[in-house]
Design a protein around this ligand. Structure first.
Ligand code: ASP
Ligand code: MG
Length: 409
């Protein structure tokens, strides 16, 4: 008798019909002799609708109330799912974050889970009921309702699975699994059967939006086997597992792209010690995180340096006034902001042991006539910044060039 955590995303519970499908599916798993915990997201579109109601009342709603409002989406979905299971003749009970005691810190709208008390879940499943837990929400030490950030139900699912020692956590979604790249822009993208936590973490943080990043971190930390699969068919999806069991030994596992960054260029800053420190301290003070950084020095009559970095598009409006301050403090002649950039990346454990992967990536882009504006590397990832108009072309060329379009043997 296994213990499973089955998570259904917004589209999977997007209508009453679909909720009935979820009910039948989880009852089938239970009928095979397993204990079942279900985690649900809000019905698709609901969280956006709730948050925009709050913004209709006031342009900058208090985060505490935003969470109180947003959490209702999952409350409704959990209770509807429990009812649907009962309607099919099964036994189920909905449980909210505070009822399961999903303890979080007090960072409203982006809370982190500190502890989960498994006893309520165990008493439910041990009594033969299906526990239907509302995703995305928790409770802080003052008893206030918190939420885990957009996409946070994935994190609820994995954290619950870790807390109760589940045999697996299955994420049911509207795609068949994790793909070698975005199938919408690259028709030869293929579903990956098994991938390591490390690679999934990189792909997730690079903009492959199947899983909330935090959920992969927790799965890796507690070795929770994760299965990303479709809620609309019975096919196997993608297993996210420890490196040893990620059988597909390929140099590059996937190609990702991220259009969510902008490039900021500080033209001709002073070339002396402490200038970079000052620039990035000023940004850090305002909580603006930067990603890629390049600095090049020009030698000449008046030596100066150019500093370029990327940051999240969503921070740009907030950052604009400080960018001018940063420019002044660093002696920059000018600040240029380019919103038309995309970061394309390749990810793979095999990069650790293969030489020449970077050279090959640059060659592939060069052959397409695509200029690289910045480069960053990590142990298992290589990223290049290119003009946005080349996104599709770059992704397709890299996918093809690294052999991902071919069937694996
Ligand atoms: N409903 C929440 C959201 O849309 C959480 C989730 O779906 O995972 O972000
Ligand atoms: Mg999601």
């Amino acid at each position: 008798m296994a213990l499973y955590v089955l998570k259904f995303g917004g589209t999977s519970v997007g209508s009453i019909d679909r909720i009935r499908n979820v009910a039948r599916r989880v009852l089938r798993v239970q009928a095979e002799g397993h204990r079942v915990v279900v985690i649900v997201s809000a019905m698709s579109g609901e969280t956006n609708r709730l948050l925009s109601l709050a913004r209709e009342v006031t342009p900058v709603p208090a985060a505490r109330e935003m969470d109180a409002i947003a959490a209702t989406g999952e409350q409704v979905a959990a209770a509807l799912t429990a009812l649907a299971i009962q309607n099919e003749g099964g036994r189920a009970r909905s449980l909210l974050g505070h009822q399961v005691r999903i303890q979080t810190d007090g960072a409203f709208t982006k809370a982190r889970i500190k502890a989960i008390d498994g006893s309520k879940i165990f008493s439910t499943v041990d009594a033969g009921e299906i526990a239907v837990v509302a995703g995305f929400q928790g409770v802080d030490e003052h008893g206030d309702i918190t939420t885990l950030g957009r996409g946070g139900s994935d994190t609820t699912a994995v954290a619950v699975a870790a807390a109760i020692g589940a045999d697996a956590c299955e994420i049911f979604t509207d795609v068949d699994g994790v793909y070698t790249t975005d199938p919408n822009i690259c028709p030869s993208a293929r579903k990956i059967d098994r991938i390591s936590y490390e690679e999934m973490l990189e792909l997730a943080s690079l903009g492959a939006k199947v899983l909330q990043i935090r959920s992969v971190e927790i799965a890796m930390k507690y070795s929770v086997p994760l299965h990303v699969r479709s809620s609309f068919n019975d096919s196997e999806g993608t297993w996210v597992v420890a490196e040893e069991s990620a059988l597909e030994k390929v140099v590059v596992a996937g190609v990702a792209y991220d259009k969510g960054e902008v490039r900021v260029h500080l033209v001709a800053v002073d070339d002396r010690p402490g200038v970079s420190a000052r620039i990035f301290e000023m940004l850090a003070e305002k909580n603006i995180s930067v990603d890629m950084i390049i600095q090049n020095v020009t030698t000449g009559v008046e030596p100066h340096a150019d500093v370029t970095f990327t940051m999240a598009k969503t921070d740009l409006e907030r950052a604009r006034p400080y960018l001018d301050e940063v420019a002044r403090a660093s002696g920059a002649r000018e600040v240029r902001v380019d919103e038309g950039i995309t970061k394309v990346s390749i990810v793979g454990l095999g990069m650790r042991s293969h030489a020449g992967v970077a050279a090959k990536m640059f060659r592939i882009l060069a052959d397409q006539g695509i200029n690289i504006q910045a480069i960053s590397t990590s142990e298992i990832k290589l990223s290049c910044l290119v003009a946005s108009k080349y996104t599709e072309q770059a992704v397709r060329a890299l996918h093809e060039g690294f052999g991902l379009s071919k069937e694996r043997t």
